[in-house]
Every structure is written in structure tokens, then in C-alpha cells.
Write a protein that binds this ligand. Structure first.
Ligand SMILES: Nc1nc2c(c(=O)[nH]1)N[C@H]1C(S)=C(S)[C@@H](COP(=O)(O)O)O[C@H]1N2
Ligand SMILES: [Mo]
Length: 356
């Protein structure tokens, strides 16, 4: 008797780099709408930080009435909320850009989601009291290192404009899927910024500072900027909100199938608004039919699963496509917005299969 495949066979992370660790989720093999931390993609700019957990404090300083220092116990006692949020790396799907761009060659798995529990950043800002003139809130991580382009040492730090920092769903998270956040994903505290690409969701928070100017750290002024031109920085603008997007999970690209009925399925997600429609084409974009989209949770911070039943009688090669639309009537474009650092790829999802 042959052994059943499951549970002996399971997917693994796909390694893009080890120093620092960058690995993607095997998104084609994810069947649930919350991802186990073992399969959550990992994106790091530096080596993992060394932390002394027994003595963790979270300072909040800068342009505040009373500088504060919160213990983990203080944070755990404050009113919390739990949100299902997708984190998508701005470089997700970078390998699909034509012409190709430098950077981690992410395929489609620099994306994951689950339940994050934490305290609104707003609550901490209220306890400290922002002073007049406050413009941005900088969140700094414990990890640091030398950049190849600038010969200087930096920590990983990012800012949020005040409106985003005080959004009630921007949280200082301490749990992922009902457990303390795993070390590689930011233990003990990480920022979660729903609707923005995940560079904003700073891990291993070291301190929070309120400032009266535009933060100019390199992860904001050099990286995570859309540069529309190869040769110059004209028209550059910051990477923020996740674009409407989708991924086909099944069938696999270049899979060989038989004639008959097949389920085409995948996920669709958006920063702004909700997913309102996913259309599928099985003839390379000549005609489109609406897929069945699962109910999204109310905030719209998570992805929606979708399904389409395809009956195919004729043998041959087929291009299967998926196109998501959000409640702002934004849809995936036919061609991606090419930019030098390869952020925000969201062109119509496309795979090929052969029927024989
Ligand atoms: N401290 C710190 N926070 C960070 C990063 C980092 O390198 N250091 N990377 C950011 C980027 S670009 C992404 S895509 C996500 C990845 O989070 P994950 O490793 O938990 O998937 O974390 C963000 N927060
Ligand atoms: Mo990222």
C-alpha cells in the first residue's frame, strides 16, 4: 500500500537569500486564509538583532508632552484589537518586471497574512501627548548594519505621517495567530500598518519618536521610492499603499492537464477599499468571466479567495489570466508600472497551461 502523501509531504519556504534571510511563502500551496508562521515569508535588510528580552522597554519620545517608557506589561494591559492583515513586500513579483530590475528576485510569495493582535499606536501617542507641530512618527527597529550604497551604519527605521500613525488600526502588535510574535517576525513588538506595503510594518521596535519634519532615513529616501526612470531620479515618489492585485494558486504555471473540468483558484487583495470583483480569462484576455469571490472580512485588510470552474474540451496551450477590481474601481493594469527598484508589480496575473 502506498503511503498517503499528506501529512508526510508539506511545502517549505523558498530561499532567496540567507544573509540576511529572505525567503518566500510557497503561496501556490497555501490552502488556508491564515498562514502558519513557519510558512510566513521572511524579509530582512540586516542580520537578526540580538535582544535582551528580560529587560525590554519601549520608549516614546521627541515632540511629546511627556516622554514615556512602556514595559511589555504596560502594553499588554492596554485595550487591544485583533485584525486580519495581509503583509505584502513592495518587491513581491519583482522577478516579473521587463526589463528586469536588480534586487531580491521575488516571485509571487512575498506575501502572507494572519491575525495580528496589539495596541493602537494612537493609544501610546495619546498617553504621551503629541505637541503642536508634530508631523511624523518614526518607528525604529533593533536591527542595523552597513548599506552597500552608503558607507554608513543604519538601523531599520521608517516614519508614518500623523494621519496614518493615529489611524485606529495601525497597531503595535504582540501576537500573531494567538501566540507571541515569532522572533523572526518582530518579537516582542512590531508595527502593523494595514493597507501599506509591508516595509512600513517595522519589526523589533526599539523606539518611537515624534518629529516635526519629513524623516529622511535611507529606507524611506533611497529605498521604497518609485523611480520611473532607469537613468535619473525624476518623478520619484514614495511607496505607500498596496495596489490591487491577484495571484493564481491553481493550476501551476506551465502545468500539463487533461481535458475536462478544472478549478482555477487564487487570492486577490488591495490596500484601498475592498475587492469587489475578480475576472478570469482562459483565452489570453479575449473574454472575461467573473470568478466566485469569498466574503472578505469587513475591514478589507486581508485577501479574498476566489474560484472559477473551467471546462475545457480542446487540447492545446492556454493562457489563464486573473484581474481583480477594488471598491475604488481600480483594476490590475495590462502592463505593470515599471520602476527602477521594482516595487508594486500588479499587472494582470497570467499563467500558461497545456491541455492534452
Ligand atoms: N526592523 C525591521 N523591520 C522590517 C524589515 C527589516 O528589515 N527590519 N523589513 C520590512 C520589509 S521590507 C518587509 S516586506 C516586512 C517583512 O516582514 P516579515 O519578515 O515578518 O515577513 O518587514 C518590514 N519590517
Ligand atoms: Mo518588503
Amino acid at each position: 500500500m502506498p503511503y498517503p502523501l499528506y501529512p508526510f509531504v508539506k511545502p517549505y519556504l523558498m530561499t532567496r537569500g540567507l544573509q540576511p534571510e529572505n525567503q518566500e511563502t510557497p503561496i501556490q500551496f497555501i490552502k488556508t486564509d491564515t498562514i502558519d508562521y513557519q510558512l510566513f515569508y521572511r524579509r530582512n535588510h540586516f542580520a537578526y538583532p540580538g535582544l535582551s528580552y528580560s529587560n525590554y522597554w519601549l520608549p516614546i519620545n521627541g515632540l511629546v508632552k511627556t516622554a514615556k517608557c512602556f514595559s511589555l506589561q504596560d502594553i499588554l494591559r492596554l485595550p487591544s484589537k485583533t485584525l486580519k492583515v495581509v503583509l505584502e513586500c513592495a518587491g513581491n513579483k519583482r522577478s516579473l518586471f521587463e526589463p528586469k530590475v536588480f534586487g531580491e528576485q521575488w516571485e509571487k510569495g512575498a506575501i502572507s497574512q494572519g491575525y495580528w493582535k496589539g495596541v493602537p499606536l494612537r493609544t501610546l501617542l495619546e498617553l504621551a501627548g503629541m505637541k503642536e507641530g508634530a508631523k511624523e512618527v518614526v518607528v525604529e527597529g533593533y536591527d542595523y548594519g552597513r548599506r552597500t550604497d552608503l558607507d554608513t551604519v543604519h538601523t531599520y527605521a521608517r516614519s508614518l505621517p500623523i494621519y496614518k500613525a493615529i489611524h485606529p488600526d495601525t497597531i503595535i502588535a504582540y501576537e500573531y495567530n494567538n501566540r507571541p510574535i515569532p522572533f523572526k517576525h518582530g518579537y516582542p513588538l512590531r508595527l502593523i500598518v494595514p493597507q501599506w506595503y509591508a516595509m512600513a510594518s517595522v519589526k523589533w521596535i526599539k523606539q518611537i519618536s515624534v518629529i516635526d519634519s519629513d524623516f529622511t532615513g535611507p529606507f524611506q529616501s533611497v529605498d521604497y521610492v518609485y523611480y520611473p526612470h532607469k537613468e535619473n531620479d525624476e518623478g520619484a515618489f514614495p511607496v505607500t499603499t498596496i495596489k490591487v492585485n491577484s495571484t493564481i494558486q491553481k493550476p501551476l504555471n506551465m502545468e500539463v492537464l487533461n481535458t475536462g473540468k478544472h478549478i482555477i483558484e487564487g487570492i486577490a487583495w488591495t490596500g484601498k477599499g475592498n475587492i469587489t470583483k475578480v475576472e478570469v480569462s482562459t483565452n489570453g484576455g479575449k473574454t472575461w468571466t467573473e470568478a466566485k469571490v469569498s466574503q472578505q472580512n469587513k475591514e478589507g485588510y486581508a485577501w479574498s479567495a476566489w474560484k472559477f470552474e473551467w471546462s475545457v474540451a480542446a487540447k492545446g496551450e492556454y493562457t489563464l489570466m486573473a484581474k481583480a477590481t477594488n471598491s475604488y474601481n481600480q483594476e490590475q493594469p495590462a502592463t505593470p508600472f515599471w520602476n527602477r527598484k521594482g516595487y508594486g508589480y500588479n499587472a494582470i496575473e497570467k499563467i500558461k497551461v497545456k491541455i492534452e
